[in-house]
Write a new protein. Structure first.
Length: 450
């Protein structure tokens, strides 16, 4: 059954007749924005099934904006806004953008009168329209999302700002669309930290979900690696050889300060922060073997969690902070294990493949992503926290390593290697919609930052 048919069923039969199709999101809420916002008009409950195996992208049209009274528009806002809205919607992997060449509406006629049947004819279940007024450096923009089947407004928002703030306006409205149709906003207000290698050195940088705003975090002219975010997004921890030993540091992004937290002889490898921010997992070799420790973020007190002759590395927390996934070669090859937060009840998770590493626990709690060597190259898989049959996400177009979940659990960042060049890529959680952002490796996705 196609998505268009599902929506008709929802309108005629309601949610009760739709329960067998999977998890449904019901949303009827208006958000306040930092800009002037108008209340939603005719906001109806929207039922969307985004978990069905045969999920089809939402067909949506984004019409050319109209300019209202005011000074002439020399910035091309009539097409800039719809082009960027369509671009960000397409970026999410959840929308099929109807090309402008398919539109039936006459651009020379009154565009404020909407003939919904024309939009339905070209296959658009949803429609975005907008208008703008420009006075000197001030820009006022109104954006509306329509349900073409019901013929009514789903979201209507007004924004005021300068021309330099157009991108923020677009992202806010795209988040409104996602919230209305899926129950959750997007991840545009996040950053991905990663390692950029230059010669024999490497530094930590960050990049936005859309590939913009590449920002250098460290500048040590040394080997710096393994970035990890604190859950409040204020700190990034990492390991650096800047003082000729792989020491563990924490950088306060707001204050611009850096603190060396662990500098034991040997490896001091950065691991994940606990969900409450009180503990940081580390891999230390100070006792002669690579073992996993939990460090109290305030006092620096260390609790050793593993006691094995084998190597134990790459620890990550479960989203509830009760479990830790990690990598160990105690069975003869690198495999994914899970233990309680105090190091007890160790359980092997992966049995398929002889080399499984780099676990990343989904914020939703239901999957652990990892890399596995398949036919000589690394590919991404996910597995349930209790084990079971792994799901392969990648397999073509290169080698995929170092998965990191977005804070909403809908996307994965990873290292994509092609012809010896490492790139930061993102994909939907099912392995589709792969996009390359920039050169780099070892990504770590931030929490929501705004």
């Amino acid at each position: 059954m196609h998505f268009h048919d599902k929506r008709k069923m929802i309108m005629t039969r309601g949610a009760a007749g739709y329960r067998g199709l999977g998890r449904l999101f019901i949303l009827s809420v208006a958000l306040s924005l930092l800009t002037l916002a108008a209340p939603g008009v005719g906001a109806a409950k929207v039922y969307i099934d985004i978990d069905a195996p045969g999920f089809q992208k939402f067909p949506i049209a984004v019409d050319v904006f109209t300019g209202g009274a005011g000074e002439g528009d020399g910035e091309g806002n009539d097409v800039w806004f719809p082009d960027n809205i369509a671009g960000y919607l397409d970026m999410t992997g959840y929308f099929r953008i109807i090309p402008r060449s398919a539109f039936l509406e006459d651009p020379q006629k009154d565009r404020t009168r909407i003939i919904f049947s024309d939009w339905r004819t070209i296959g658009a279940d949803y429609l975005v329209k907008g208008s703008f007024q420009r006075q000197a450096r001030k820009l006022a923009v109104e954006m509306r999302l329509y349900d073409t089947v019901r013929g009514e407004v789903v979201r209507e928002k007004r924004y005021q700002g300068t021309s330099e703030e157009r991108k923020k306006m677009v992202i806010k409205f795209v988040n409104e669309i996602l919230l209305a149709l899926t129950g959750e906003p997007g991840v545009f207000n996040t950053q991905i930290a990663y390692v950029l290698k230059k010669g024999n050195n490497s530094e930590i940088q960050t990049v936005s979900f859309d590939g913009s705003s590449q920002t250098r975090i460290t500048n040590y002219n040394s080997l710096t690696l393994a970035p990890r975010w604190s859950p409040d997004g204020r700190h990034i921890s990492f390991t650096s050889y800047k003082d000729n030993n792989p020491d563990f540091y924490v950088r306060d992004l707001k204050a611009g300060t850096r603190k060396k937290v662990a500098s034991y002889p040997g490896i001091n490898l950065s691991g994940a922060w606990s969900p409450d921010g009180r503990k940081i997992l580390l891999t230390l070799s100070k006792d002669g073997n690579q073992e996993i420790y939990a460090m109290d973020a305030a006092s620096g007190y260390l609790q050793r969690l593993t006691y094995e002759y084998a190597i134990d590395v790459s620890p990550v927390w479960s989203p509830d902070g009760k479990k830790i996934a990690f990598v160990s070669n105690r069975a003869g090859s690198p495999q994914i294990y899970v233990m309680d937060r105090d190091g007890s009840n160790v359980k092997r998770l992966t049995y398929n493949g002889s080399y499984n590493t780099s676990p990343s626990w989904s914020p939703k709690g239901n999957r652990i992503a990892y890399e596995s060597k398949v036919g000589g190259t690394f590919q991404l898989f996910t597995i349930g926290p209790e084990g079971g049959t792994p799901q392969q996400l990648t397999g073509e177009g290169g080698e995929y390593k170092h998965p990191s979940w977005s804070p909403d659990g809908r996307y994965l960042a990873c290292t994509l290697s092609r012809r010896g060049v490492n790139k930061i890529a993102v994909m939907n959680a099912n392995g589709t919609n792969i996009r390359v952002l920039c050169e780099g490796a070892n990504p770590a996705w931030s929490p929501m930052l705004e």
